[in-house]
Every structure is written in C-alpha cells, then in structure tokens.
Ligand binder design. Structure first.
Ligand code: SF4
Length: 442
C-alpha cells in the first residue's frame, strides 16, 4: 500500500539478522530506502539501518580496483579452474538458492565446502547424529510449553525477540502467556536473561557435562553421594529434576557455549539424552539457539544436496564428510587449500592465526553485501544483493522451518546465487584469460 508521501508499507516481512527469522515485521519503504520497522528489536535496528543509506552501484573489485562484473567473474572462474584444492566457506548469510549454487559449483570443481556451523554448533550436529533429537517447531513451544529453560545462552542480548515470542506470548495450552510458564536460566554467570527468569542456576565453567549426567541420575530416582555437582548444591539439582519431570511440556534452548571445547559434542549428547529420557514422564524438547540468519538453511541444503551438513569434500567426485579433517579451520591452518571462496565473510575472525595467515597466501574471493566491514586482502570482491531485502528467497529458522523472504527494495547488484551460477557457466566453458589489472594474482 503506497500513501501520499510515497511510503509503501509491507506487512509480515521476515528479518534474517538472527536465527529467530521473525516474520511478523511491518516495514515502511520510501525512495527505495527503509524508513522504519516495527515491532522494535535492538539487533534488527542495526540491520535495517544499513538499508536507510543510498546504495553503492559498484558490483566488483579486483585487488581493490573497481572492475566490471564480467571481468571479476572471468577472473574468478580462472582462479577456480586453476585451483587444485578450492574451499567454499560461509553460507550462513546466504539463502537456499545461494547454498544450492555453492553445491553445484563445488561439485563441478571437486571442491570442499564448509559452513560457519563448523566454528559453532558443528559439535551439536555430531551429537544429533549419535543421540538423535527430541524436536519441535517454535510454534509448538509457544503453544504448549509450561517450562522453558535457556542453557548457556542469553537470548535477551543475542535473540532479542525470542523471549517475547515464545515465553511471554500466549499459547493455546498456555493462555496466560508468561504467567503460565516457568522460565529457568542455567549459565556460568548471571546474564540479562537470568535477570528476568524465575530461577537462575549458576554452574562452574566447563562443568555442564557433570551436571547433565547428575540430572539423568536424579530423574531416574537415584541419589547423589555428594554435596554439589559443578558448583550446584545437590538439593538445587534435586528440585530442578523434579521440576523437569512435573512439567506438562518442557523445552530447553541451548547455546553454542555448550558445544564449545574439545568435548562439546559429548556435553550436547548428554543434554539430548536427558531430553529423550524426560519423554518417559512428559513431553520434552531440546533445541539449539542458532546465531547467524540462515546457518540452519546451510545445514539443510547441504544435507539434501550432498547427504552431509558441513565439512564436505567433493574432490573424488562423490561427497565425503569428516568434521576436523574437512573443516575450514583445519584445512586452512594446515595449508591444504589453494583458493578460498567466502560466501559471506562472517566468522572469519574466529579462525586461528595459522588459518588467517594461510588466507593471506592464497587467492580469496569474497561475496558479501556492501557495508560489511572487511579488513582482509582479497583477490576478488563481489558486492551482492541481500536476500529478503533485494531478492525473494528462503531462509530456515532455528527450528528448521523454511520461511519465505520477500523483496522490499530494488538493487542492480546480483545475489550470491546469481554470481555463483555465472561463475559456473564460465568454469564449464574452456575459454578464459581476459586481460586483468596489473598486480592481480595468477
Ligand atoms: S529477534 Fe532476530 S530475527 Fe527477530 S527481529 Fe530481532 S534480529 Fe530480527
């Protein structure tokens, strides 16, 4: 609907700034810029603010020199054709179409693919593969849960509307909303979410596994022969175990903190097994808090395209999966990559010094929207359109529900999907070698 000021109001717009992918926003657009949105969200504010500025029309750079998109595409195709061990990394700022395009191009090249999950919830995925998952949609949690637990995460800061939409909101079985639910936070320090919780249980850093194992004993009716576990008094754990069993529908949301460290997969597995066992008494689900917008989509798309969610090697003509061996961090730190394509440069700052040092020695091709801060030397930089702003697309919410994204602004820039498919066309054609700006890496 466009009013006399030339403002157009879009309803039910999805935000991809975090894994909640809230799809109930009202966004007002004027002169191809976002003017305002509601309801408010501190994270979404910074996200939408970037679309209040006029757009840059530069589509590509080679070694920081502005070039035509065609020249950048051709040089990218040349670099990839010459590479013996190319790696595609990122994908969580992309969408289903971009992630599929990565799979197609990587397949044609015999390349490796890894996503930001390998620096985050990768160990959780490994745990799901061994222990299974008691799962649900966020809608089911909203409508049925009377007990919500945040374990090792602080959604008030990281996912600002998670509590509002799931804990405070009324549901079919919980018409009183927040008053009909108990909210418990378990963490190593008091967080913003702990401040609004009914109960905060503080545990010592790195002791989650022991606490989870103790809870599994307690819900089976066994007793602990110790005064505390992981810094939590035994009577607090006993009371907590009783609350878990007495709930009508319980949900645990856990953060990446639980999956970190060398035994993170074991800790997550302990939580998953606790959730499974609780289903003998009540309905209980265990869900991850996913941070970047479409990292869940990256897991899903890679799974349906290759059979595996991350850390995949296609160089034998069929997919092989081995977290660690084919994870970007290890591949880069060991110098086993000779060309890196970043489909979104997010989380590169989480790589080790060894991995980042190797990135300085190989051609790096970056696909990211304008305005993304980037302080790393790159051979080719494509400025891309943003899914859900400049392009229709699909993103997966943290509960693996695909959410349609609509276009609300126009842009002449290509999406990463369009860039990658154009590179694939050129890789498949044999001719190449467009003259390049001086100093461009071969
Ligand atoms: S909670 Fe996340 S997805 Fe929802 S509006 Fe805020 S930033 Fe966007």
């Amino acid at each position: 609907m466009t009013d006399s000021l030339g403002e157009h109001v879009y309803n039910n717009i999805a935000c991809t700034r975090c894994g909640c992918v809230c799809d109930d926003l009202q966004v007002t657009v004027q002169n191809n810029r976002i003017q305002r949105f509601s309801p408010g969200c501190t994270l979404a504010e910074s996200w939408f603010a970037s679309f209040r500025q006029p757009q840059n029309s530069i589509s590509a750079r080679l070694l920081n020199q502005v070039v035509s998109r065609e020249l950048a595409l051709q040089h990218t195709a040349d670099l990839l054709r010459q590479a013996r061990a190319p790696l595609f990394f990122g994908l969580s700022r992309s969408s289903t179409d971009g992630q599929r395009a990565v799979c197609e191009l990587a397949d044609a090249l015999g390349a490796m693919i890894d996503t930001t999950a390998s620096l985050g919830h990768g160990p959780s995925i490994v745990a799901f593969q061994s222990a299974g998952e008691s799962t649900s949609t966020l809608g089911e949690v909203r409508h049925r849960s009377d007990l919500v637990i945040y374990w090792g995460c602080d959604p008030v800061i990281s996912h600002p509307r998670h509590v509002e939409r799931l804990v405070d909101a009324a549901g079919e079985a919980v018409p009183e909303g927040r008053r009909g639910r108990r909210l418990i936070v378990i963490d190593t320090a008091k967080t913003a979410t702990a401040e609004i919780a009914d109960q905060f249980i503080q545990i010592e850093p790195g002791r989650d596994f022991e606490v989870l194992w103790a809870l599994r004993l307690l819900i089976r009716g066994q007793t602990l022969q110790t005064a505390s576990v992981g810094g939590v008094p035994t009577e607090v754990l006993q009371d907590f175990a009783e609350q878990l069993k007495a709930s009508h529908y319980g949900a645990v949301f856990f953060g990446v903190q639980l999956a970190s460290g060398p035994t993170g997969h074991g800790t997550v597995e302990a939580l998953l097994r606790l959730g499974t066992e609780l289903n003998r008494w009540t309905r209980f689900v265990v869900r991850r808090m996913r941070v970047p917008g479409d990292v869940t989509g990256a897991d899903s798309v890679l799974c349906w395209q290759t059979g595996y969610p991350f850390s995949i090697n296609l160089n034998r003509g069929y997919p092989r999966y081995n977290p660690g061996e084919y994870s970007a961090e290890g591949l880069l730190a060991r110098g086993e990559v000779d060309c890196l394509v970043l489909v979104g440069g997010e989380r590169v700052d989480k790589f080790s010094d060894a991995a980042r040092n190797w990135m300085r020695q190989i051609p790096v091709i970056l696909l990211d929207p304008e305005g993304v801060e980037w302080d790393f030397p790159v051979a080719v930089r494509f400025y891309t359109a943003v899914y859900g702003i400049h392009r229709r697309a699909t993103a997966y919410r943290m509960d693996e529900v695909p959410i349609p994204l609509r276009q609300i602004l126009t842009s002449e820039l290509w999406s990463d999907d369009e860039v990658l498919r154009a590179v694939l066309e050129r890789v498949q054609k044999e001719e190449s070698h467009t003259p390049l700006p001086s100093g461009t890496p071969a």
